[in-house]
Write a protein of this length. Structure first.
Length: 706
């Protein structure tokens, strides 16, 4: 590197050393291009400064990562990956995450990308750091580096363990920057001593004791709480306003700036009293769509579809297929409903801004704040404390911009913490969607036709995983005003809809042919890893072969997501009197390559399956135009603990494949496997999610009459 600046935007070497303090600092160059996923996400890691770590005087290792911890466990798995290559104990690793002043730039934490994309870069960082430290140790001990070994941060001479030096000794309190630009070999799976071991979460003690700090827990001297005037519905226009009564609340400050109207106070309850005292008249737009007619709207205005995949002559296959099955599937909008609402604390002084934010994207958020405030990126620092759930909903950072602007206008630190009502109103919802699919199979059980179109949700999860000589997959979601309010990523965006529709259709074909749904899948599946997952889950579940509906209430579904092959089986009961679906058991098998932390991987599977019960059985946003009718958990139902079935997880060993995504695959099959099990139990196929008790009861009654 030349001069004081590295290649990362706004990165200053001298400033980094000031932050890092004493010790050996290892900067790695040339990692970015090897770990870019241009086709999946439009970003690359920096070319020269991609991963940093510090060896402290006390031997502790600090890792600086632009990723954030929001409950998914990457704080622990990343520490394991670094510890493996560096040769230290996980307990000696401290993680600094999501601090734009201390960490290398990163596009954000989403898409199950952290372990499979940043992880390899971090492993190489550890290996190169070990190489640099071995060079120092070789000179200290007077032996060639090939004569050295390391364990728990102690470098010793092979065969002479008394001749040793610790990483702490090598650090010696000096500020040393060593640029390591030669490639080093990463440890192979048969050499692993840390990767692959179940490790308790590093953030666990702080979270279970209440010591963990979230953005809303922070306080600064002179801090004001802000409550903003919100419109009654999306698209409403403010016509008249009277803030005189609000201004009379003792200690309240009223701010009006470029359409933003806020009441601020040192007491959050007083700020709420003041904002409620504001009198506002709004012009509300006419309601054109609602929770029921949204599906016709999506198809009508979805725009020209993009072709995702095509093979063979689909139109000819449709014309000659004697027994086509046509289905139309619908799913409504779903909220993220995180435990922690959006929150941000901002301070602007002396030409600099510091923001503590509940965000999945600290660096893009920094850039947005800098642009809004008219500051350089180097003058804005975003610090991400623990995030209490994101699921894609904390990629957007409206609350950060609100806090930063108000802090600049008032000259005091400002906290903006959304209420639950604001959280539901301003959430970027998982989009409502429609899937139309026409398919056919030949008498032997081979899929001969697959013509698939998705409207509103995007193509993730729609790509073919079954062989067919005639396939066409299109997605339409770019038409004007396709959604009445903001939508955005929601844990495996689009895949929950597409996998439910695809796997339901596959079950329909198997039933029409009088074939077992598992055997039908195995006959048509393409990927050997997915076949292995299906076989493993069927064996563990105790699958009983037979064409559905068997009335046993068993279902199966599979998918490939984030590089992971997942297969899920479920057992359900349906109470015909109430319409309630009871999920008794779920077995989920995943081939996710090398498993960094088996305990963490199981937690992610269990969490994904449990969260998936929400969009499957209960979660659906009710609205009329821009008016969000569900604004709290009194009407918007998320999974209860009483719903959670017995969950069994299977992590298929595959050390030949690098670690793949683990946070999202299991949720993609949940809707499909439960719907297929309900069909097996009742003989009724559901074409709309969620399968609420009312819908189930009505469908069963209709089926009984016919």
């Amino acid at each position: 590197m030349n001069g004081e600046r590295g290649g990362g935007a706004g990165f200053n070497r001298r400033r980094f050393l000031q932050i890092a303090g004493g010790g050996v600092v290892v900067a790695l160059i040339g990692l970015g291009a090897r770990y870019a996923l241009k086709r999946e996400r439009e970003f690359e890691y920096p070319e020269d400064l991609n991963a940093y770590l510090r060896i402290g005087r006390d031997g502790r290792v600090t890792v600086f990562s632009g990723k954030i911890e929001m409950g998914q466990g990457v704080m622990t798995s990343l520490a394991q990956m670094l510890a493996e290559e560096l040769g230290v104990a996980v307990a000696t690793v401290d993680m600094v995450m999501g601090d734009t002043q201390a960490c290398p730039p990163d596009a954000g934490t989403f898409g199950s990308l952290t372990t499979r994309v940043f992880g390899p870069a971090l492993r190489e960082a550890g290996a190169k750091a070990r190489s640099a430290l071995f060079g120092l140790a070789a000179r200290r001990l007077g032996v060639p580096r090939t004569a050295l070994q390391v364990q728990d941060g102690v470098v010793s001479v092979i065969g002479a363990p008394s001749r040793h030096v610790t990483y702490a000794d090598l650090a010696g309190g000096a500020k040393i920057l060593r640029v390591v630009d030669r490639r080093v070999a990463l440890r192979t799976p048969n050499e692993f001593t840390v990767i692959g071991d179940p490790v308790a979460r590093l953030d666990g003690p702080a979270k279970v004791t209440g010591a963990a700090k979230y953005a809303g827990d922070l306080r600064l001297p002179g801090m004001l709480y802000a409550r903003l005037l919100r419109p009654p519905m999306h698209g409403a226009i403010l016509m008249r306003i009277d803030t005189s009564a609000a201004a009379r609340v003792p200690g309240a400050r009223i701010v009006q700036h470029q359409g933003m109207i806020a009441a601020l106070h040192a007491d959050p309850q007083a700020a709420e009293v003041a904002v409620q005292a504001i009198r506002a008249d709004w012009s509300e737009p006419a309601t054109t769509v609602d929770s029921e007619n949204i599906f016709a709207h999506l198809v009508a205005v979805g725009g020209s579809p993009d072709e995702i995949a095509k093979h063979g002559d689909v139109d000819a296959a449709r014309a000659r297929a004697p027994h086509r099955i046509r289905s139309v599937f619908h799913k409504g909008y779903v909220a993220h409903a995180p435990m922690e609402p959006h929150a941000a604390l901002a301070e602007v002084k002396d030409g600099r801004a510091t923001v503590w934010a509940s965000t999945q994207t600290p660096f893009p958020t920094r850039d947005h704040v800098a642009e809004m405030l008219g500051l350089g990126r180097d003058a804005v620092r975003v610090i991400t404390p623990f995030v209490g759930g994101g699921f894609g909903g904390k990629i957007a950072g409206q609350q950060v911009l609100e806090a930063a602007r108000l802090a600049q206008l008032t000259g005091q630190p400002v906290m903006v913490e959304w209420t639950r009502e604001e959280e539901f109103f301003y959430d970027t919802f998982d989009p409502a969607a429609v899937v139309e699919v026409v398919s056919a199979a030949d008498p032997s059980g081979r899929i001969a036709l697959w013509d698939y179109a998705v409207f509103g949700a995007g193509p993730r999860g729609a790509a073919p995983i079954y062989a067919s000589p005639n396939q066409r997959i299109v997605a339409a979601m770019s038409g004007p005003n396709i959604h009445p309010f903001a939508v955005g990523p929601w844990r495996a965006p689009g895949a929950n809809m597409n996998v439910w529709a695809r796997e339901s259709q596959v079950d329909l074909m198997a039933a029409a042919l009088g074939q077992d749904p598992l055997e039908f899948r195995l006959r048509n599946v393409v990927e050997p890893r997915l076949r292995r997952a299906l076989e493993a889950v069927a064996a563990a579940f105790g699958w009983q072969s037979g064409p559905a509906p068997t009335r046993r209430g068993q279902g199966i579904a599979c998918n490939i997501d984030a590089g992971t092959c997942v297969a899920t089986a479920a057992a359900v009961r349906v109470d015909a009197a109430t319409g309630r679906v009871i999920v008794d058991r779920i077995v989920c098998a995943q081939d996710m390559g090398v498993v960094v932390n088996p305990e963490g991987a199981k937690m992610q599977i269990e969490g994904g399956l449990t969260m998936g019960l929400g969009y499957t059985l209960a979660e659906e946003l009710h609205f009329m135009g821009g008016n969000i009718l569900d604004r709290n958990f009194g009407t918007y139902r998320i999974p209860r603990f009483s719903w959670v079935p017995r969950i069994e997880t299977i992590l298929l060993k595959n050390d030949a494949l690098a670690p793949q995504g683990g946070g999202e695959p299991a949720i993609t099959t949940t809707g499909a496997v439960v719907a297929n099990a309900v069909f097996d139990a009742t003989g009724v196929r559901f074409y709309r999610l969620p399968m609420t008790p009312v819908r189930v009861k009505d469908a069963l009654a209709t089926s009984a009459r016919t």
